[in-house]
Design a binder for this molecule. Structure first.
Ligand SMILES: *[C@@H]1O[C@H](CO)[C@@H](O)[C@H](O)[C@H]1NC(C)=O
Ligand SMILES: *[C@@H]1O[C@H](CO)[C@@H](O)[C@H](O)[C@H]1NC(C)=O
Ligand SMILES: *[C@@H]1O[C@H](CO)[C@@H](O)[C@H](O)[C@H]1NC(C)=O
Ligand SMILES: *[C@@H]1O[C@H](CO)[C@@H](O)[C@H](O)[C@H]1NC(C)=O
Ligand SMILES: *[C@@H]1O[C@H](CO)[C@@H](O)[C@H](O)[C@H]1NC(C)=O
Ligand SMILES: *[C@@H]1O[C@H](CO)[C@@H](O)[C@H](O)[C@H]1NC(C)=O
Ligand SMILES: *[C@@H]1O[C@H](CO)[C@@H](O)[C@H](O)[C@H]1NC(C)=O
Ligand SMILES: *[C@@H]1O[C@H](CO)[C@@H](O)[C@H](O)[C@H]1NC(C)=O
Ligand SMILES: *[C@@H]1O[C@H](CO)[C@@H](O)[C@H](O)[C@H]1NC(C)=O
Ligand SMILES: *[C@@H]1O[C@H](CO)[C@@H](O)[C@H](O)[C@H]1NC(C)=O
Length: 528
C-alpha cells in the first residue's frame, strides 16, 4: 500500500472532490414549477464580483461553491417575478440559512450570502423580494398589487421552498436544520415567516425589525416634521446634534457607573435639553433655542395621537451623532414617504405634510400586500419548538429600539395569556447599548448580527459566546439557550484596527452590570 502523509492525502482527496463538485454544479438540473435556474461554479479563492441594487461584493476569500441564479414566477397570471440566488458550498454544514433585505429591498444581498452564509458553511439563499430597485425607492410598488404581496411575504416564501428543494437535491441528503438571519426589513421578514409559516425555520435571528411598516414610516415623517423646514425655528443642524450628544453624555453616561460614551439603558435617562438653553450672551452654536428645545422634547417623547393613543416610540438619548444623518437631517425624510406614496395612496405626488393620524389607522386596517402583521401571536412557531432571537441597537437612528421592547413585551404577554408556554424558552431579546441601526455606533456592536461581517465588524469568534447565529444553532440543536454574549467594539468600528474593548450583551430584562476592574474587559461585567 502506498503510504501517503495525511496532508497529501487530504489535498488529493479534496482536489478530486473539487472537480467532482464542479461537474455536479455545472450539470445540475432540477424541475421546480415556475422556477428557471442557471448554475455556475466558483472554485475556492475565485473572484466573486457581484452587484445588485442593494448589495455588492468583490472578494477572493470565498470557499468553493455552486451558485444558482433563479427566476421565480410568483404569480403565473400576472407574470410577476423574483430573482433569487442559492449558494451551496462544497464544504456544506448540512444546514440551510435564509437572509432578508433592507429598506424597500430590490436586490439579492450578495454580502450576506458571502460573509454570513457560505463562509460559515451554510447553503444560503437571498431574494430581491420581487423587484429590482434601490432600497430607498418605492416606485416599483405603484399600482402593482402582486409586487406588494411579493414584498410582503410571497417572494421570500417561494424562495425558501425552492432553496430547500434544490439544496436537498444537490447534496442528495436532507437538510438538518433551517435558520434565518437578518436586520431591519429582514427583521420584519423573519417575523412574517415565524407567524405565517411556522414550520419553515427552526431558528430565526432578527435585528431591529421594520415592523409594522405603517406605524414606522408614519413616525419617520412625524419625526422629520418636528424639525423642518431646514433653517426654520426648530431646525437642528448637524453641529448642534453633536452639542446635544455631549449634553446627553454629561447628564446620563455615568448612570450605570461606567463613563464610556454609551448610555447603557436610555430608558433611565431623563434628558433635559433646557440645561443648554440659549441665554442672552450665549454662543448660538453651543446652545438650544426655544424652538429647538421644543423639537428635541417632541423627538425624545413617544408619539401619541391627540387623544393619547400610542403610535410609536421615541428617539432614545445617545444616538445623536446618527440622528444628524437620519430623517431629521433634511427635507427628504428618506424612506417614510415612499410607502405612503406608492403603497397606500398610489400617488407619486402625495405630500407628506398632509399625513394624519387617521391615515395611519386606516393603513393599519388595509395592510396592502399584507406587509405588516399587527398580531402578537407567534404561538404556533413557539409550540413546534421554533426559537426566536432578537436584538436592537439602543442608539438606532432608523427604527427606535422602543419598538423592539414593545414587540418583545407584547409577544411575551400574548404567549403567556394564551398558552402554557414560557416565552423565555422560545424568544430572547438582546438590547445592544450604543449600537446604531443593525451595526456601528459607540457601543460594543460586533456579535455576528446580520450584515455585521460585511461592514468590517465580524464577531470575535464563531462560537455561541460571541456569535448570535452560532448561539442560535446551539439553542436549536443542543438546547443551550443563549444567556449572554461577549461583543467587541473595534477601533473606528474596523476590526483591522484592533479591539477597543469587549462588553457583555444580556437578554432583557437583564443588563450588563459593572463589577469593578478594567472597563475594557467584558469580565468586569455580569448580566443581572
Ligand atoms: C468587478 O466588476 C465591475 C463591473 O461589474 C468591474 O468594473 C470591476 O473592475 C470588477 N472588479 C474586479 C476586481 O475585477
Ligand atoms: C395573481 O395576479 C392576478 C392578476 O393580477 C390576480 O387577479 C390574482 O389575484 C393574483 N393571484 C394571487 C394568488 O395573488
Ligand atoms: C425611483 O425609481 C424610478 C424608476 O426607476 C425613477 O423613475 C425615480 O426617479 C426614482 N426615484 C428616486 C427618488 O430616485
Ligand atoms: C397574521 O398572521 C396570522 C397567522 O398567519 C394570520 O392568520 C393573519 O391573517 C395575519 N394577519 C394579517 C393582517 O396579515
Ligand atoms: C441653511 O443655512 C445654511 C447655513 O447658513 C446654508 O448654507 C444653507 O444653504 C441653508 N439651507 C436652506 C435650505 O436654507
Ligand atoms: C461659538 O462656538 C463655536 C463652536 O465651539 C466656535 O467655533 C465659535 O468660534 C464660537 N463663536 C464665538 C463668537 O465665540
Ligand atoms: C383616538 O384617535 C384615533 C385617530 O383619530 C382613533 O382611531 C381612535 O379610535 C381614538 N381612540 C380613542 C380611545 O378615542
Ligand atoms: C394564534 O394563531 C394560531 C394559528 O397560527 C391559532 O391557532 C390560535 O388560535 C391563535 N391564538 C389566539 C389566542 O388567537
Ligand atoms: C479599516 O482599516 C484598514 C486599516 O487601517 C483600512 O485599510 C481600511 O480601509 C478600513 N476599512 C474601512 C471600511 O474603513
Ligand atoms: C481602555 O481603552 C482605552 C482606549 O480605548 C484606553 O484609553 C484606556 O486606558 C483603557 N483602559 C484600561 C483600564 O486599560
Amino acid at each position: 500500500m502506498l503510504a501517503l502523509s495525511t496532508p497529501i492525502l487530504v489535498a488529493l482527496l479534496s482536489a478530486l472532490t473539487a472537480s467532482a463538485w464542479k461537474d455536479q454544479c455545472e450539470g445540475f438540473t432540477a424541475n421546480i414549477p415556475n422556477v428557471v435556474m442557471k448554475p455556475s461554479y466558483y472554485p475556492a479563492g475565485a473572484l466573486v464580483n457581484l452587484t445588485s441594487p442593494s448589495s455588492s461584493v468583490t472578494t477572493t476569500k470565498m470557499p468553493a461553491f455552486c451558485r444558482l441564479e433563479l427566476t421565480i414566477t410568483t404569480n403565473v397570471t400576472s407574470g410577476n417575478k423574483a430573482l433569487t440566488e442559492v449558494w451551496m458550498p462544497d464544504g456544506w454544514n448540512s444546514r440551510l440559512l435564509g437572509f432578508g433585505n433592507g429598506g424597500l429591498s430590490g436586490g439579492v444581498v450578495y454580502s450576506s450570502l458571502s460573509y454570513d452564509g457560505i463562509q460559515q458553511g451554510y447553503s444560503s439563499f437571498s431574494t430581491n423580494t420581487g423587484h429590482q430597485s434601490s432600497p430607498i425607492n418605492g416606485s416599483w410598488a405603484l399600482n402593482d398589487v402582486n409586487a406588494q404581496i411579493d414584498f410582503g411575504y410571497r417572494a421570500f416564501q417561494l424562495s425558501y421552498q425552492a432553496a430547500k428543494a434544490l439544496t436537498e437535491q444537490y447534496y442528495g441528503k436532507a437538510i438538518s436544520k433551517k435558520y434565518y438571519l437578518g436586520c431591519s426589513t429582514a427583521g420584519r421578514m423573519g417575523l412574517v415567516e415565524a407567524q405565517r409559516y411556522p414550520e419553515d425555520f427552526d431558528g430565526i435571528v432578527i435585528g431591529s425589525p421594520a415592523n409594522p411598516v405603517a406605524r414606522l414610516s408614519a413616525w419617520n415623517i412625524y419625526q422629520g416634521r418636528q424639525v423642518l423646514p431646514v433653517n426654520g425655528s426648530r431646525w437642528i443642524p448637524a453641529a448642534t446634534w453633536s452639542v446635544i450628544h455631549q449634553e446627553v453624555l454629561k447628564q446620563c453616561d455615568g448612570i450605570d457607573g461606567v463613563v464610556d460614551q454609551v448610555i447603557n439603558d436610555p430608558r433611565q435617562c431623563n434628558f433635559r435639553p433646557e440645561a443648554i438653553a440659549c441665554g442672552p450672551s450665549s454662543n448660538s452654536s453651543t446652545c438650544l433655542t426655544l424652538g429647538q428645545i421644543a423639537a428635541v422634547r417632541a423627538l425624545y417623547s413617544d408619539w401619541q395621537s391627540d387623544n393619547g393613543t400610542f403610535l410609536f416610540s421615541r428617539f432614545e438619548p445617545g444616538g445623536e451623532l446618527a440622528y444628524a444623518t437620519s430623517y431629521v437631517s433634511g427635507p427628504n425624510i428618506a424612506l417614510g414617504p415612499e410607502y405612503w406614496k406608492n403603497i397606500i395612496f398610489s400617488d407619486p405626488n402625495w405630500d407628506y405634510n398632509t399625513l394624519t393620524v387617521d391615515d395611519v389607522f386606516r393603513a393599519i386596517q388595509s395592510n396592502p400586500g399584507q406587509i405588516d402583521n399587527h398580531s402578537f401571536n407567534y404561538t404556533s412557531y413557539f409550540a413546534r419548538g421554533g426559537k426566536l432571537l432578537h436584538y436592537a441597537g439602543l442608539a438606532d437612528q432608523i427604527i427606535s429600539s422602543g419598538n423592539s421592547y414593545d414587540l418583545y413585551n407584547s409577544v411575551s404577554a400574548f404567549t403567556k395569556a394564551s398558552t402554557n408556554l414560557d416565552p423565555y424558552d422560545s424568544y430572547r431579546f438582546f438590547p445592544i447599548p450604543g449600537m446604531y441601526h443593525c451595526n456601528g455606533g459607540l457601543g460594543a456592536n460586533a456579535f455576528g448580527g446580520g450584515g455585521q461581517r460585511s461592514v468590517g465588524t465580524p464577531p470575535l469568534a464563531v462560537d455561541p459566546s460571541h456569535d448570535v447565529l452560532a448561539a442560535m444553532v446551539a439553542w436549536v440543536e443542543n438546547g443551550n439557550a443563549p444567556k449572554e454574549f461577549v461583543a467587541a467594539k473595534y477601533t473606528n468600528n474596523n476590526a483591522t484596527q484592533g479591539v477597543q474593548y469587549t462588553r457583555k450583551l444580556c437578554p432583557y430584562p437583564k443588563k450588563a452590570v459593572y463589577q469593578g476592574g478594567d472597563q475594557n474587559s467584558s469580565d468586569s461585567f455580569i448580566c443581572a
